[in-house]
Design a binder for this molecule. Structure first.
Ligand code: GUN
Ligand code: ZN
Length: 436
């Protein structure tokens, strides 16, 4: 629940940071204001700039939230995670296919109970917001009521979230499967109910190729044609046993990604988690279709899936988002995700810069979701989804940021050392939904 009712006008002051371009082309493509000010009215930013220079006409009746030395950024974006898996985070000792059978499917079966789904959605969103994440692409379970529970809770908090009911009609227990027909009907009804209702957005969500029949994948492609403004989210080439299984199930396809291509599932609103074991032709096809890959570094390490090649993927002109992939991933914190992305890139001799990591987690993520004109910048007209960071939240961070010589060093210290204790406040549509 929102902690504060939004005053009709609020003013946040602190150090403000917003990206103005792509830091891969220009490391200085950001605007940093030491004494920054943001004016918000009816959930949107109406002015951003230097404190003291606000137009008088916008200051009447304003409620002031003073953040001093704290850093105000656009809210974080998480490109891939599963709300029903919060309960199986940190489950020991398996790789992907065993992990799904041992831990994940039994837990997801519990979401047939709408009450359990609603309680979990509440807990999940509390945790997400306490980590500063204001937009995420979220998998529900196969049960339509799991998506209803999630969107109801997002609506109560006025969040800009993307989510969808999973479709899976084979190779899984009956408790977590649907059929091609019911998957179509339930998804269509959920799109009509939730997509564009308030700030909610819908994603057609086939779990991954092995758990859908060709008929069901066809249904997913048809839904994308029928509702061109919805998203599609799934998993792709995460684990080598999974890749072999897909080639056995779909011998006619050239590659795992080609299965999705054959059913009309690639495109600029399609988000595929992992995409680790890809060849050049796959990368070229993803670039050509505008398909997005979501790098899930803590999950790939935890489940032992492999090392995503960030630089190679970027060089092939494929857009990348960062995702926590909880419960396969080990943390909801964007700092943990950025840190693991940095560490994995180091394996291939590439050092992900702090500007690139924070851009991916804010503006870049918003743009990859085709939401770059609504969220992801501290600029007039943007929805006021913001995070306020304390760069001195623990002793170890404080001693490091105290000796940081510039913003870049401070951001790097945060992405390597920080956790949710650094998140002083989170705002969604101008309303403080976490912190003080
Ligand atoms: N592949 C298919 N389903 C899943 C899932 O729930 N998590 C992860 N990490 N990979 C998957
Ligand atoms: Zn996932």
């Amino acid at each position: 629940m929102p902690i504060d009712n939004p005053a009709s006008r609020i003013r946040l002051t602190g150090r403000t940071l917003t990206f103005t371009g792509d830091p891969r082309d220009d490391a200085d493509a950001y605007r940093y204001t030491e004494k920054g000010s943001i004016l918000i009215e009816d959930g949107k930013i109406v002015w951003a700039g230097q404190a003291g220079e606000e137009p008088a006409a916008l200051m009447a009746g304003v409620e002031h939230h003073e953040y001093g030395n704290d850093l105000i950024l656009p809210g974080f974006v998480d490109g891939h995670l599963h709300y029903p898996q919060i309960g199986v985070i940190a489950s020991f000792g398996t790789q992907l296919l065993d992990w799904l059978e041992t831990y994940t499917f039994p837990e997801e079966a519990r979401f047939a109970d709408q009450k359990y789904a609603a309680e979990t959605a509440k807990l999940f969103l509390d945790l997400l917001l306490s980590n500063g994440t204001t937009t995420a692409a979220v998998f529900c379970t196969v049960h339509p009521q799991s998506a209803d529970a999630f969107f109801e809770e997002c609506s109560a908090r006025n969040l800009r979230m993307i989510a969808g009911k999973i479709l899976m009609d084979r190779n899984a227990p009956d408790t977590v499967t649907d059929t091609a027909q019911s998957g179509y009907e339930d998804t269509k009804a959920l799109i009509e109910k939730w997509h564009g209702t308030g700030r909610n957005l819908y994603a057609v969500t086939p779990r991954f190729a092995p758990t859908s029949t060709p008929e069901q994948l066809q249904v997913c492609g048809s839904l994308m044609s029928e509702f061109p403004s919805v998203y599609l989210q799934s998993h792709l080439s995460e684990n080598t046993d999974e890749v072999r299984w897909v080639s056995d199930l779909f011998p006619e396809a050239r590659s795992y990604q080609d299965v999705y291509a054959r059913y009309g599932m690639l495109g600029p609103r399609s988000l595929f988690g992992h995409a680790i074991h890809m060849d050049e032709a796959d990368l070229a096809q993803a670039a050509e279709t505008g398909t997005k890959f979501v790098h899930c570094p803590t999950s790939n390490l935890f489940i032992g899936s492999g090392l995503f090649r960030m630089k190679e993927t970027w060089d092939a002109n494929v857009d990348v988002l960062l995702g926590s992939d909880v419960g396969g991933g080990t943390s909801l914190s964007p700092f943990a995700t950025m840190k693991a992305a940095y560490e994995i890139a180091q394996f291939s001799g590439y050092s992900l810069t702090p500007e690139q990591a924070f851009w991916l987690s804010t503006t870049g993520g918003a743009e990859a979701l085709s939401l770059g004109e609504r969220i992801g910048r501290l600029e007039k007209g943007y929805e006021a989804d913001l995070v306020v960071l304390d760069s001195r939240s623990t002793d170890i961070i404080r001693q490091r940021t105290d000796r940081a010589e510039n913003l870049r060093e401070e951001l790097f210290a945060l992405m390597i050392l920080a956790d949710e204790r650094a998140v002083r406040a989170t705002y969604a549509a101008g309303c403080r939904v976490h912190g003080t």
